[in-house]
Design a protein around this ligand. Structure first.
Ligand SMILES: [Zn+2]
Length: 118
């Protein structure tokens, strides 16, 4: 009977140790909310309110290199605006828009024209 009890409490102790370890690891990991890796708010083309019509409203990334877009780097393609992260990428787009357009369209979650723009 004694042996049974002591081996039982051994398991209990191990369970407690594992639980404590799990709590400690969990504490270090959990952040308060989900923003991007560096804690920046992600810029979307829709969020840039300067009167232009973005080609892809959900655009957040440069279609050339995949970096986050900047509001001041853009070009018009068929009167719709495409955003980039830097001038260099804009130039690459101008040289071969078809090559990068699919990457841009992949960012369009709805793939629908903006309302009121027929
Ligand atoms: Zn880029």
């Amino acid at each position: 009977m004694d042996r049974y009890i002591s081996s039982g409490s051994g398991w209990l102790l191990m369970a407690v140790v594992l639980l404590m370890g799990g709590i400690l690891v969990g504490c270090g990991d959990s952040g308060p909310s989900s923003s991007d890796a560096e804690g920046h708010t992600v810029l979307t083309a829709d969020g840039i309110n300067d009167g232009a019509t973005p080609m892809v409203g959900q655009q957040t990334k440069c279609p050339v290199c995949g970096e986050p877009i900047k509001s001041e780097v853009h070009t018009e393609s068929k009167e719709e605006r495409v955003y980039f992260d830097k001038q260099e990428c804009l130039e690459k787009w101008k040289q071969n828009p078809q090559k990068y357009k699919q990457k841009l369209m992949d960012q369009d979650l709805k793939w629908a024209p903006p309302p009121g723009q027929a």
